[in-house]
Design a protein around this ligand. Structure first.
Ligand code: DOR
Ligand code: ZN
Length: 344
């Protein structure tokens, strides 16, 4: 049995660092193994222009234990006020992507886009300039069942975007359904997807059977096991258009264990180890490196990392709680669970 695996250093192509003193926790947790991360802009207020993103990037860099070892890749939040000039400014500032949240889809998405068609001229500029579009792929219409929201988004909105802008590079983030796997598999090489550890490890039974488990609640919500299986099969296949994005999204314990609990799993301290566990279960450990360290960089047109990380087969327990710099506790994803792989 494999006891150790060394791979080129991985990157996290989708996560939430938040801001303020929280950065001392979240940035350190990610930089322990990832060399780069695509940083989501859903702060309050959201990061909507290049100047805000560069300031935010500096705050992140100030929280990195060794700044030569970690490069935050910034994103801008698409709103109805985003213009083609915003895109040009972003490109000039080295910002690789915009994030499209349908209004009301998730945490801090009130400012987001109501009618994406209004922004088609902006998407055209993104396409022309080689700036990427990252998508939270869920409709928000109240009459659409929460478990169908990703599928309906793909059918009604994503398919139109992809057809209208064949040269635009699009990442469907944190996919959760077989429909998303099929759509991305059949789309052009300009369409890719990220997959989280929770959507590979869990299904909706893990959210609801035996009591509500708020720490497994994220958006898009966990789906039935047949969807989980489709995600697992596609990563095991080594398809390069599916790559690692943890969606690590911290919320303080009292905001998760709450009558109206926040969506998001704080997985930064265990994500790579959990992905390794999944690939081992699938008998596909040799595919971990492509998923974690190659395909995302290739899709973003960035060089692969020139360092390595080693995972060792060794049991360890994820802490039950972590205390944030502000003194408040947070419950990490898989808290108290024993993991099989440990970062060396
Ligand atoms: O579960 C989630 N949490 N999904 C998202 O899309 C946003 C994220 C957050 O910011 O907490
Ligand atoms: Zn996210």
């Amino acid at each position: 049995m494999t006891q150790q695996i060394t791979i080129q250093s991985p990157d996290d192509w989708h996560l939430h660092f938040r801001d303020g003193s929280m950065l001392n926790e979240t940035v350190a947790a990610t930089a322990r193994c990832f060399r780069r991360a695509i940083v989501m802009p859903n702060l309050v207020p959201p990061i909507t222009n290049a100047a805000m993103a560069l300031e935010y990037k500096n705050r992140i860099l100030n929280a990195v234990p060794d700044a030569s070892q970690f490069d935050p890749l910034m994103t801008l939040y698409l709103t109805n006020l985003t213009s083609s000039q915003t895109v040009l400014d972003a490109k000039a500032a080295g910002i690789p992507a915009f994030k499209y949240y349908p209004a009301g889809a998730t945490t801090n998405s009130d400012a987001a886009v109501k009618e994406i068609e209004v922004l088609y001229p902006v998407l055209q500029t993104m396409s022309d300039e080689g700036v990427m579009l990252l998508i939270h792929g869920e409709v928000t219409d109240s009459h659409i069942d929460i478990f169908d929201r990703e599928q309906v988004f793909i059918e009604t909105i994503l398919s139109k975007i992809v057809t209208s802008f064949p040269d635009l590079k699009v990442v469907l983030e944190h996919i959760t359904t077989k429909q998303a796997v099929d759509f991305v598999s059949q789309a052009s090489d300009n369409v890719a997807a990220t997959i989280t550890p929770q959507h590979l490890l869990l299904n909706r039974n893990d959210l609801l059977v035996g009591g509500v488990r708020p720490h497994n609640y994220c958006l898009p919500v966990l789906k039935r096991n047949t969807h989980q299986e489709a995600l697992r099969q596609v990563v095991a296949s080594g398809n390069p258009r599916f790559f690692l994005g943890t969606d690590s999204a911290p919320h303080e314990k009292n905001k998760k264990e709450n009558a109206c609990g926040c969506a998001g799993c704080y997985s930064a301290w265990s994500a790579l180890e959990l992905y390794a566990q999944v690939f081992e279960e699938l008998g596909a450990l040799e595919k971990l490196e492509g998923f974690a360290s190659h395909y995302g960089a290739d899709f973003y047109g960035l060089p692969r990392n020139d360092t390595t990380v080693t995972l060792i087969k060794q049991e360890w327990q994820v802490p039950r709680e972590i205390v944030l710099p502000n003194g408040h506790p947070i419950v990490p994803f898989f808290a108290g669970e024993t993991l099989q792989w440990k970062l060396g």
